[in-house]
Design a binder for this molecule. Structure first.
Ligand code: RB5
Length: 150
């Protein structure tokens, strides 16, 4: 699977660690920046990069890291077709994909340590949308909201 990564200054260190640890796990990892060198960079810029990569089919999934994960998820979910959420536990990271077709995992570099973050990333990447009727019905309702609101 092609997986895009991005982070603001609050998440760059965790992103770098995840990229290191997930290398060789069978995915194509694409680093869309940043490198954490600018303490004034803005998470919506990195959220946009990941979201556009998903929207344009350049990546199937994204992992986006800011300080809390919150701003990143709010910003990325503004792009049509992007379902980004914070998941700092493996149950949510897996179920977010299986039930909700989440395609961007957001993590807080100031909230979660590298080991549980890695577990969450693996749970997210290993999961697939269930395709169950009730999950497709709910996803269709999300897409209807998206279509109506923009
Ligand atoms: C940046 O200081 C911080 O506000 C950002 O990384 C993130 O936590 C926002 O949700």
């Amino acid at each position: 699977m092609r997986v895009a990564f991005a982070a603001d200054h609050g998440g760059a260190e965790l992103k770098a660690e995840l990229l290191r640890r997930l290398a060789g796990a069978g995915h194509e990892l694409v680093d869309l920046g940043g490198d954490g060198s600018d303490p004034d960079d803005d998470y919506p810029d990195f959220a946009r990069r990941i979201a556009h990569a998903i929207r344009d089919g350049k990546a199937e999934r994204g992992i986006l890291v800011c300080g809390s994960g919150i701003g990143a998820s709010v910003a990325a979910s503004k792009v049509r077709g992007v379902r980004a959420a914070v998941a700092h536990d493996t149950y949510s990271a897996r179920q977010g994909v299986e039930h909700d077709d989440m395609n961007v995992l957001c993590l807080g570099g100031r909230v979660i340590g590298p080991e549980p973050a890695l577990d969450c990333a693996r749970a997210f990447l290993d999961a697939r949308f269930s395709g169950a009727e009730r999950h497709r019905r709910r996803l269709a309702k999300i897409l209807a909201i998206e279509a109506e609101e923009r």
